[in-house]
Design a protein around this ligand. Sequence first.
Ligand code: SF4
Ligand code: SF4
Length: 361
Amino acid sequence: MFGLDKAFKKKFGRRDFLKYCASIAVLLGLSEMYVPQIAKALEKVTSGKQPVIWLHGAECTGCTVSFANSNYPNVAELVLDTLSIQYHETLMAASGEVAERALEQAVDKFRGKYIMVVEGAIPTKDNGIYCQVGGKTFLSMVQHVASGAAYKVAMGTCASFGGIPAAGTNPTGCKSLKDVIGGTVVNIPGCPPHPDWLVGTIVNLLLFGKAPELDQYGRPKIFYEKLIHENCPRRGGYEQGQFIKRFGEELPAIEGCMGAKGCRGLVTSADCPHRLWNSGTNFCIAAGAPCAGCVEPSFPKFPLYEPLPEVAKIMKAEDIENRTAEGNNGITLGAAAASAVAAAGATYYLGQKAKEKEGGE
Ligand code: SF4
Ligand code: SF4
């Protein structure tokens, strides 16, 4: 369970606390008028009235590491300093029987009130024996904790859709949280998810007493509505058929598109291009890597680094040769149709560059 302790207010003061609440309002796309309500909602957490129980299954713990990097406030403040954690298998101080008792006490005491966060897929084969905590299967733990939860949140692609543990032959029968318990589950996919996506969802639950509007895959639309491709800084390259052929390559006149390297931004919905990662520093594509589609149910059940069919159609012969030379699986493609989109793309790109110059960048 989390509760912002008194040290938080002491350390940050009322003014900082309200600044923090204002940043949450921005995160949720709300006006400043909501700041007092957000403050009230967070004070619910402060006073321990809104417990969260966080369980770990088949996963790598990367989602916790990502959450711990939350900007609001930062990792040390949010996780280590300001949160009073009673049950989180990675972060809690207790272990062994003490930890098991803490979970039972939390479930009993806060039945019907707590938010359950599940990180990791749930192995179900052979009654779930392939993932156990304290001699109990993770499957039975999830079912037990879910029975008393007010809200259920799947943190990360493994808990949301099965992810990496469910890929390939899926020998342990890994399933998503929703597939195991049914009902309404808020999915916060990502490998890992952006910390804002969970912080924003929890505040939304507290503020409005319900989950944010969800898309067809159970994801909050406020974070997962737009295709990466729509806001991509390399979009001009795509429109002109200018693809990066080697990782690290820089094209002389344009930010080359990562499509030939398997970018899945065309079929992936998340706000990474404008939210940015690592405290607003960068994101995959801007850093020179293709979007791996980590927030989609199909992740990672596709060949990484293979161009999507819509990209393959506009790749030039030289792009294809280079891919083969770099050791990617050879692909058989027709010659380029890039010129068809080049004119429109050039106009778009030059317009963007002109805007950037006007803005003094
Ligand atoms: S394919 Fe990927 S790199 Fe290219 S424009 Fe779309 S999102 Fe950006
Ligand atoms: S850019 Fe793509 S791969 Fe990178 S974090 Fe966002 S959705 Fe995941």
